[in-house]
Design a protein around this ligand. Structure first.
Ligand SMILES: [Zn+2]
Length: 300
């Protein structure tokens, strides 16, 4: 474990926001999420060092598992929307790097439907072998900073729920900038620390997920990072995500001794999603939803 200063501004002054257990592994460990007193960045501190973090990712971590048929069908609707955006901003046969490929489904979709040249990177051996085996994808194992990709090489770097997982986001984004062509783009999805559900549920907030999520960004702190690493934000959308409310509520019920049968009702299903949809819609309208979607462009 290591004790760190703020990655964005270097300050060591911070305030504890909440303490939460690792809900996915059986380590029984608790982690503090602190907020930098100077710039407002939230992060896990103390935290596992880079050589220790793999033990917190089980082989069945959700991002590594193939989706069920019905979830994949729903996801394809979102991917077709993304494809429409990509076709507007990218040249034909553009080179895309996906960092954090997970199960590889998105990457295969962009290759097959978008006709882009895609390559990927993931720290998980499981993710890499799944993507290669199931889809014949070009995926490497490892971290971006150690790969030394050529300068000005990619048209787009896709970062789907990745930036919260890296140990040094500033160094990471500087490297992303270096490997992008002039005017190249990034697509990012990030849990929003300034969301209503974080403010309501605190340590039960799904977006926290310590210690795998080492950083918790808000619209402000993420904007600061992108400006500091020479990106211009073209679009920043607060997406509707009722599933986050459902998970948070389920965690809260389970921790407060509510009968299991009632807790199970609030697993992800059509009824629980309908119950929380109005909250999620309102949160999105008031720019306090759980999910930020960002398109940014390299400016130098
Ligand atoms: Zn700071």
């Amino acid at each position: 474990m290591e004790n760190i200063a703020c990655d964005y501004c270097g300050s060591r002054e911070s305030e504890t926001q909440w303490i939460a257990p690792d809900r996915l592994t059986n380590t029984g460990e608790f982690f503090s999420v602190v907020k930098c007193s100077n710039c407002g960045l939230a992060f896990v501190n103390p935290r596992p060092e880079i050589g220790e973090i793999n033990q917190y990712y089980q082989s069945d971590y959700w991002a590594y598992v193939r989706l069920t048929r019905i979830r994949w069908w729903l996801k394809k609707i979102i991917l077709y929307r993304e494809l429409k955006i990509l076709k507007k901003i990218l040249p034909p046969s553009a080179k895309i790097l996906e960092v954090g490929t997970g199960s590889g489904e998105d990457m295969a979709f962009l290759r097959d439907r978008g006709k882009f040249t895609v390559q990927g990177l993931d720290i998980s051996h499981n993710a890499v072998s799944t993507g290669r085996r199931e889809f014949g994808l070009n995926i490497e194992q490892g971290e971006l900073e150690s790969k030394n990709y050529p300068e000005s090489f990619f048209d787009l770097v896709r970062l789907k729920f990745i930036i919260s997982h890296v140990h040094q986001p500033k160094r990471f984004l500087i490297e992303v900038n270096r490997i992008l062509k002039p005017g190249g783009h990034i697509l990012m999805w990030v849990p929003n620390f300034s969301s209503w559900s974080q403010k309501i549920f605190r340590d039960f907030w799904l977006g926290g997920e310590p210690p795998r999520h080492l950083y918790d960004f808000s619209e402000i702190t993420l904007t600061n990072y992108l400006k500091a690493t020479n990106f211009k934000i073209l679009k920043l959308r607060h997406s509707i995500a009722p599933n986050v409310f459902v998970h948070c509520f389920r965690y809260w019920l389970a921790a407060h001794g509510v009968p299991k049968l009632f807790v199970i009702f609030f697993s992800i299903n059509i009824f629980s999603l309908i119950v929380f949809m109005p909250f999620s819609l309102l949160a999105s309208l008031f720019r306090a939803s759980d999910r930020l979607f960002i398109i940014a462009q390299k400016i130098k």
